[in-house]
Design a protein around this ligand. Sequence first.
Ligand code: FE
Length: 357
Amino acid sequence: MLIFRQMFDTTSSTYTYLLADNRTREAVLIDPVFEQVRRDGALIEELGLKLLYTLDTHVHADHVTGAWMMKQRLGSCIGVSAASGSAGADRLLNPGEKVAFGDHHVEVRATPGHTHGCVTYVLGDKSRAFTGDCLLIRGSGRTDFQQGSARTMFHSVREQIFTLPEECLLFPAHDYRGLTVTSVAEEKRFNPRLGGTICENDFVGYMTNLNLPHPKQIDIAVPANLKCGAPEEGHMPPKDPDWAQLTLSTAGTWEMQPTWLAEHRAAAHVIDVREPAEFTGELGHIKGAKLVPLGQLAARVGELPKDRPLVTVCRAGGRSAQATVILQKAGFERVANLTGGMLRWNQEKLPVEGRNT
Ligand code: FE
């Protein structure tokens, strides 16, 4: 079975796609975004996947790829098309080549026109295709910079994408109106630039009169993407917290395992955000914990110590996750949530006090 996830970057309106094999847990990630590598990495780890490859559809002009960064974090290989001219990839892909993950694979189809190195990745059973900035939903990528050519794009779409099965689902690299997926049949019929009875000269006429603004990010994004997203000195992304062993959840909180806290109790102050009756109830509390119920936390942040990082705890780890959000908003930078709360702490038979039994 295929595991499939579509992620969105709101800044650049980019879609990133995670495809994985349910049995072997091997995965590929299409068009990752540099600023979203932490999010995508968290999802990959939560789902228990092994990322084999990041695959870019082309050298993007509107965002920096997360390929290099993901390789640093998860050890994935970088795959880009040989025609892209990118340096630093582990695998340069040519048309017809397959990238396997478990029992699945994607096949590379050359779909130049937006750039000369653009490719579409087609899932082995042709049920899904990832069209990058070639065919968009009821639109197309622009053809007015980076070796773009409307004539080339017209042939790419008609010969490489519209020849896929009618029911094949098409997933673009971007959408600016909130649409997420289309199909070959739909675009053949309704794409105003490339569908129906539109001919090559109609498309060229359409594309040469778009008068689009210069992309804001192009002068940064293209040079970085030609190196698969490796940053310049001095432009490194924010480091992960190093004061404790933490993992980032896809929900966006830094999580601490109970055994780590028990073994490094002096590393942080514990803020218990339950109600007073719970603090002295059947689950007890962690020695030295300060009780500040969640509903009072925002108003009482002034009472909290600043000399060490803060770890929040509640019954099951939900309210305390919200507490980390409140604390970060209040300016506390080193904050983590105790995973599983006092329930997990008790299950793991870690020391408690104040238990009212
Ligand atoms: Fe693009």
